[in-house]
Design a protein around this ligand. Structure first.
Ligand SMILES: [Zn+2]
Length: 463
């Protein structure tokens, strides 16, 4: 038999209108506990405040038996995550999001009485800055749109991100035995297939259990109120219609069936999200000079911005800067984010090793001061894009007396593929207004691919 797949049972707890949704979250959390299962509940901040205001200690205590993530303060109330960031660069987006969500985050940790593991994407509302914010707080991100071909847990924007990848879709099936049986069979089939998927690095399987509110209502709470950019005042919020009370035994019986399957499924290793974060949040602390030379050879051969199994392109660049100016046996892994603007097109020429060395020192100082790579650097009177410098420095480290690079080298080639997911997903969320201009967010998404690399289990890193 294959090694079981690490799997997280995810719930999004978010209805800010219907008090009945509090009870749904409660009995689901309890039923999981009865089955010896650990769930991971992604909780909207204002929802936690409502529990406190309504005196729902029972719900809060039931939640605390599981793993707890954040699901934004207001979820679908505008402005959403994307709307906050749509006209900002990565750094300004982080500041805007924290300004908006800091209080909710702090209230939720206080009310629930424990640190939140990270942030789970609300609908398909996303910007690279939300992962940057979690990275800054030392937290993880769930339902990330960023993945690599064989790795669905990746470093991006300084944050450990878990790509939304797995089985689920139970929301509106609990109410109907036949529908539920069909969906359960599909999930079981999905797990059986995933066991044989080739992988490289860290991986997880998300079992998206449900939105508790959607199991007992016939529609989404937010679709009732916030569709297509609508933002009515709170007094006008309407609850979604409830399923008939007579259906409750069916809903609960099917949820129990889901729990029973998961308890008995030997192909899954069910863990809390926080447990997987601890398993995967290690990184190689340093690179040896020999390893850096091997990376430099690849860069010089391929003449493009690239990352390796253990180091992002941004990390490689700063380590190349060190190796070009002060070679040593090993270099510590630096902490640095991608450029905030698209690098300019570079002149097609070469520069002397000494001039590139001066540029390397300038880049190192700039990154240390700001935390970001500069988009360009001046070399012997030329303005040179950072990707061009990346390729040129690799050659200098390998011993070249002069070196240049491709005129257009903006980010790793994976960036185009990474940006496709949010480009498609963000406009599909019915809460977002039609016609949002995503140009800036998508360019910032590509630029932060300077900080992309696979994650690894700590034991594979010898940590
Ligand atoms: Zn949600």
């Amino acid at each position: 038999m294959n090694t079981p797949l690490p799997a997280v049972l995810c719930f999004d707890v978010e209805d800010l209108v219907s008090p009945e949704s509090d009870d749904a979250a409660l009995w689901m959390a309890r039923m999981l506990t009865e089955h010896g299962l650990t769930g991971s509940f992604m909780i909207v901040g204002e929802k936690a405040r409502l529990w406190e205001r309504r005196g729902r200690r029972d719900v809060i205590e039931a939640m605390k038996r599981h793993h707890l993530g954040y699901h934004s303060t207001w979820h679908s109330v505008h402005p959403t995550t994307t709307e906050h960031c749509v006209d900002k660069d990565f750094a300004a987006g982080i500041d805007a999001l924290w300004e908006w969500d800091r209080e909710g985050w702090q209230d939720t940790e206080r009310i629930l009485g424990r640190p939140l593991i990270g942030w789970a994407r609300t609908g398909s509302s996303w910007a690279p800055s939300i992962q940057g914010l979690m990275g800054r707080l030392g937290r993880a991100y769930a339902y990330s749109p960023v993945r690599l071909p064989q790795t669905n847990v990746c470093w991006y924007g300084g944050c450990l991100g878990f790509y939304l990848d797995g089985v689920g879709g139970f929301d509106d099936t609990f109410v109907d035995d036949a529908l539920f049986a069909k969906r359960l069979a599909e999930a079981q089939q999905g797990v059986a297939e995933r066991v044989h998927t080739p992988r490289h690095g860290a991986h997880w399987t998300s079992v998206f259990m449900c939105h508790p509110t959607r199991a007992i209502h016939t529609a989404f709470w937010d679709a009732m109120n916030f569709l297509d950019g609508a933002n009515p005042p709170r007094r006008d919020w309407k609850p979604a219609p409830l399923q008939p009370a007579a259906k409750m035994p069916t809903i609960q019986a099917n949820f129990r069936r889901l729990c029973a399957w998961l308890r008995d499924e030997r192909q899954l290793e069910i863990v809390g999200w926080g447990e997987l974060v601890r398993r995967y949040d290690g990184q190689r602390p340093e690179v040896t000079h020999a390893e850096l030379l091997a990376a430099a050879r690849r860069i010089a051969d391929e003449r493009r911005v690239l990352f390796t199994d253990h180091f992002t392109a941004a990390e490689l660049l700063l380590m190349l800067c060190r190796a070009a100016t002060a070679p040593a046996e090993r270099y510590p892994r630096p902490s640095v984010l991608g450029p905030l603007a698209r690098p300019p097109r570079s002149p097609e020429r070469t520069w002397a090793a000494a001039d590139l060395g001066v540029a390397a020192q300038r880049i190192t100082a700039d990154a240390a001061r700001s935390g970001y790579l500069p988009a360009s650097v001046a070399i012997a009177g030329d303005t040179v894009g950072i990707g061009t410098v990346f390729v040129a420095l690799a050659q200098i480290v390998l011993g070249a007396a002069t070196a240049g690079g491709p005129a257009e080298a903006y980010y790793p080639s994976e960036a185009e593929e990474v940006a496709r997911d949010p480009e498609k997903g963000i406009p599909q969320w019915p809460i977002h207004p039609a016609g949002m201009d995503l140009t800036k967010i998508l360019e910032q998404t590509r630029l932060q691919c300077w900080t992309l690399k696979p994650a690894w289990p700590r034991e594979d890193l010898g940590l």
